[in-house]
Design a protein around this ligand. Structure first.
Ligand SMILES: [Fe+2]
Ligand SMILES: [Fe+2]
Length: 291
């Protein structure tokens, strides 16, 4: 666990890198040694099962979101190009790698069917109508999403002592932090033109934080339960109960300092102000962060 936003070796964050380097993925799924998974160590952990399936569902649905975002930023070829060529491929790789992990450890779970049902519901939440009203505000909101995923995977890394899962979640978390840095840089670019006040930026951060809590996790968990129970009819109270059960695992392992720093960064606050709002924010983050 680290107290600051981790440095990353990928220099493309700070400017256009040359040719092939821009096309390369930071790691490939072939580097994950699925055969080496210590199945006995992780299989009994039901919370981890729900968390990993949920994460694999949401990540695997990234292409719909990425396509809409690239369209939203079409007037900025650098941003839309990065979204379409890098960000989308990396998020989809997260989904595939997590899926492979789940299928290896819990082969009885019908991932394909669960995902199809999940996506039926999830795709309605990926509409451009749900985007923030300005380019800078949507970039600020994307910083929240990447903060959430970075925190989630750092937390999952801490939550398990299974070596392959730790390796995988560390790689994904590093990607999410790098994504954050891209979105943060784009936020500053757009905000240089829009010149938004802090309250408007704060509004976008809070709105997206609440959305993460309410939508993605519940849709994912509802559809894991549908497959598990073999029925369409899943009471909302069961979804809520399961959500708080698995959220507790995340909260226990959350890198809170990193999370809060990442969340506050787009507000560009003075140090004294940041200290004053830190405590309530830590409480909010603890409840809200589930990818
Ligand atoms: Fe991801
Ligand atoms: Fe990401």
């Amino acid at each position: 666990m680290t107290a600051s936003i981790p440095a990353n070796s990928d220099e493309s964050v700070t400017g256009p890198a040359a040719g092939d380097a821009r096309k390369r993925m930071p790691w490939s799924i072939g580097e994950i040694d699925f055969a080496a998974i210590d199945v006995a160590r992780v299989r009994p952990d039901r919370e981890l099962f729900y968390l990993l399936v949920s994460a694999s569902f949401v990540e695997s649905g990234s292409d719909t979101y990425a396509g809409n975002l690239a369209t939203y930023y079409a007037a900025n070829p650098e941003a839309s190009g990065w979204l379409a060529e890098h960000w989308e491929a990396e998020e989809l790789q997260h989904g595939l790698a997590l899926r492979r992990y789940v299928e290896h450890v819990w082969p009885e779970f019908d991932w394909e069917r669960g995902y199809a049902r999940f996506f039926e519901e999830y795709r309605h939440t990926c509409s451009v109508d749900n985007f923030e009203p300005s380019e800078a505000l949507e970039m600020a909101a994307r910083c929240v999403v990447e903060t959430g995923t970075a925190a989630l995977y750092r937390s999952l890394e801490q939550a398990s002592d299974e070596p392959v899962l730790r390796d995988l979640t560390r790689r994904i978390a590093n990607d999410e932090v790098r994504h954050y840095k891209h979105f943060y840089r784009y936020f500053n670019t757009f905000n240089g033109v829009e010149r938004l006040g802090r309250w408007r930026v704060l509004g976008a951060l809070v709105r997206r934080l609440l959305e993460i809590k309410n939508e993605d996790a519940e849709i994912a968990l509802r559809n894991v339960l549908r497959i598990e129970r073999g029925t369409e009819d899943i009471p909302q109270k069961d979804v809520r109960r399961l959500n708080s059960r698995v959220s507790a695992v995340i909260r226990r392992n959350l890198p809170i300092e990193m999370t809060v720093k990442m969340l506050l960064r787009p507000l560009d606050l003075h140090a004294g102000v940041e200290r004053a709002i830190r405590k309530p924010l830590v409480a909010l983050v603890s409840r809200a962060v589930l990818h």
